[in-house]
Ligand binder design. Sequence first.
Ligand code: SAM
Length: 367
Amino acid sequence: MTAILSWAEGRSCRYNMTDLIKTLHTNKDLPDAQLKTIIESDEYEQELFETADKIRQSYYGTDVYIRGLIEFTNYCKNNCYYCGIRRDNQKVERYRLGKEEILSCCKQGYALGFRTFVLQGGEDIAFSDELICDITAEIKKLYPDCAVTLSLGEKSHDSYQSYFNAGANRYLLRHETANAEHYRALHPDSMSLENRKNCLWDLKKIGYEVGSGFMVGSPYQTTECLIEDLRFLQELQPDMIGIGPYISHQNTPFHDQQNGDLRVCLRLIAILRLMFPNALIPATTALGSIDAKGRELGLMAGANVLMPNLSPVNVRKQYELYDNKICVYEGAAQCRGCLENRTASTGYHIVTNIGNKIEAFSNDRTV
Ligand code: SAM
């Protein structure tokens, strides 16, 4: 099987796609031009997905890990052009959960088998470092067998250190795009790629398990940008890599931009699995929002994590990062049950510590 690739100089080069996929698997790397071919070519994607699926099974069997997502505030001081909860969106009804409400989400999640709580929110100045530390420490005290993951955006080294000291184990911060010009097209001048990257390096140095990632198909993104994303991830070596399609939101400056493409996103999940065989790769809510079967397809292309929502149903709709976000009306138990069935339909199974202890901890990670 071959693909024709036109080189910049006008030369023509014939790649054997099966060989490219094999080489990517063996070397966990490929030159840029060959990565570009795999990212752009839809003809051979089934072979790519099947290879990624095999690698995923050899590392993780049929296990799918779940993380309980608590979207605890939609206030944000930032103004990212793509994001539905950006500061200047006057149409969002803003909310923040109190400490007791967050703890009640954890309680419900714990009973459903969750052993990781992900506290995610906009950059909300009402949540001081002291408050974040207090909430984190309380969760760790009540649920010492659980991991706390924070996803609060860009903070100082000292803030990250204080959360870590309070017991936070992991931090999710997508770099969004590793290309400085592209970063500038997606964010106002008050934000910089340099600061975002520095935050990620700080988090690593402190000792967090770090998750990063990017949107696929964000406005002005080129294949070259995506290759830069992969190169940055090679440098960073994160524990988790979260990617999902860009989906436009009606009340942002990007409201009339095209959504990211499901297939390109799936190909990138598969490429990530080949390049980072051990990584935790979620089949994201955005993937499920762009296509009814998006998350199942993600799992079959190499993803191995799901992040169902534990937030109270009455605020879910307000954490609308993009239009038509799914899972905004179902309660935590319903989401959990729905994902159980969806996962089973792919031949995989969700592992929790309920009735499944040994498998859940088999990879030496906190489930
Ligand atoms: N404030 C934290 C931060 O900056 O990392 C966490 C919240 S932020 C809303 C979480 C992620 O949502 C971002 O990293 C971004 O990739 C994603 N996101 C925001 N708007 C999106 C959109 N329109 N389509 C897809 N993903 C989006």
